[in-house]
Design a protein around this ligand. Sequence first.
Ligand code: DGJ
Length: 725
Amino acid sequence: MITFDEPTGIFHLQGKQTSYFIQKNEQNHLFHLYWGSRLEKRLPDYVLKEIKRASYIADADHITEYKLERLPQEYPAFGNSDLRKPAYQLTFQNGTRISDFRYVSHKILEGKPELEGLPSLRESDDCQTLKIQLHDSYQNLDMTLFYTLYEEGDIITRHVELENVGEDAVEINQLNSACVELPTSDLDLLHLSGSWARENGIQRTPLSQLNYRVESTRGSSSHEHNPFIALVEKETTETTGSVYSMNLVYSGNFEATVDVEMQDAVRMQIGINSSLFDWQLNASETFVSPEAVLVYSQNGLQELTHKYHNAYQEHLLPPKFAKEVRPVLVNSWEACYFDLQEESLLELAQTSKDLGVELFVLDDGWFGHRDDTSSSLGDWFVDQKKFPQGLEPFIRQIKQLGLDFGIWVEPEMISEDSELYRQHPDWCIEVPGRLKSYSRGQFVLDLANTAVQDYLIATLTELVQRYDIDYVKWDMNRSMTEPGSNVLTSIQQKEFYHRYMLGLYRVLDQVTQTFPDILFENCAGGGGRFDAGMMYYMPQTWTSDDTDAIERLSIQEGTGLIYPAITMGAHVSQVPNHQIGRVTPLKTRGVVAMQGNFGYEMDLSKLPAEEKVEIKEQIQQFKAIRSTVQLGKFYRLAVPVRDNAKAWLFVDDQQVVISYVQIHAKPNSPSKRLKLTGLSANTLYQLPTGEKRYGDELMAFGVAIDVVKEDFYSQQWILKKLEEA
Ligand code: DGJ
């Protein structure tokens, strides 16, 4: 529930377990009072008054000792009695940069307004929205702070809109989506970082008096950092400690910053990356910031994970697919790369069908004359050399086998050697007159150009309409360099990156709305754009180009910290692994891939008979646990051999699926046990051996791990739920 108390000026956003307080004072400034566990009895109207901090800063509004820098601000400006890191910065026509927004009015609405042109969490029955309107009278600007509380889900979404109600244009240099101030820096910063093929490693760093910045400057949310940031109490574990976090629903350059100020308070913020962004706001125009999702957990990382997973499955993923189990697929990429031959592909499809696969995906190489990365992106017509009769008969045969059919595209890219480039050489991202760099032999199409957007919408619509397609893998395989557009004015060039994102979202919106029944998979060289923005349009993402089972342990753990299993593509691939050369047992590759949307990335038709038998059993096993993995609840388990193993568990009404992977065997090791969590204490469960145990026993003693005598060892248990005592 959201309430406003007139006498104290306090807004209370009260979720199921969380409270968030904002206070407005007589000067109409807004202060951030609190974000933490739920309060019920009274409003904390004494907190601001009791803040005592020395400050060298000037008095605000000529009121003696009224200093904004001493006080926790809700959405701070720079330069008026507060010189800390601001939430926004504007430049006016006279060249000055000081603004002063004050509270004017507010509204509490049922439901949630949509963000124009941007992805955001969808409205639900349990949400209410607070709109606080601020005004800068000197410049005649309106700023609206939006807060939506999902009461049951216990999360808050925030964004900001700036409207130019005056006559002069204003330049926006920064407009963060959310800012929160915490009173102490005795915290750790937690974020997800890595690189291509090594995405989303969990990093944890103790704070000191510094400015921290987690960001992307690559034109996509990036492999380097995910648009997520959290501050956690020092002693935080899976089940204890407070966690304050923000995730941006945005797929482009972002920044997430933490600034520890000289007197120990901390500002945590998230928004568009201000170092690569300026936006001219003309009279009567409104700028809408992306949305930030704010999640607080008072019970450690497990609760944080559950709140994000629940929010994204309930309110972010396209509703048609949010709760629909995903097909087991085979993908041609690591099986044959560009060497696509109709006959062997059909053989692969036939074997895959025999083993239980449900969807055949034709990856890169089917179009133009693409035999390597040097050509044809943009030419989305079939390569007659590889498919002499066209794609229709090939797809027909796939369908006759009883498989669904999926196709790979990389719509945002263009090869110099393509019909499209020959027709429209000016459609690339480039700075006119400067060299544009190749990456993977390709350039990026300028999605800030409406003509390019229209062309993509028309081309993709035609492609999907023409063929009998069930699934589209939408790839994106390079960072944006030499950012610039041939159609933008000199002022608009500074807006390029964000205009690209708005263009991309327009294309995604139209294409996915036209084909609501097609399953779209997001990919950017694996997890280069694994973010909540893309998830709004595409319900699953290829987690990483690294398919090695052991590397995937930490990639999937980091990704799964906030993104649900049903969004993560995870495939079994060949050994030695194509990315790092490691040889792992087929069983372990299967157990690890069963943590998401399961599939194969290998030529199943060429395997020895005994491996085919094992794969058939693996697929049967996955189908038996699929709905528990994709629709159930996920828990990370503490392992008895730290740093050498990972274990996790999925549970629903029917069963519990437990997976354990140990990286290295150690000599002379005793047998160990794996304690379970998330079970109901009084329920009786049946082990794979037929033995029965109560939930409380399983949570106290766990299940027995076999003595491990090989590297890359794995074990999986399925416990059937029998009855409540
Ligand atoms: C990068 C993707 O992550 C791979 O799965 C594959 O689709 C290739 N691109 C194809 O070029």
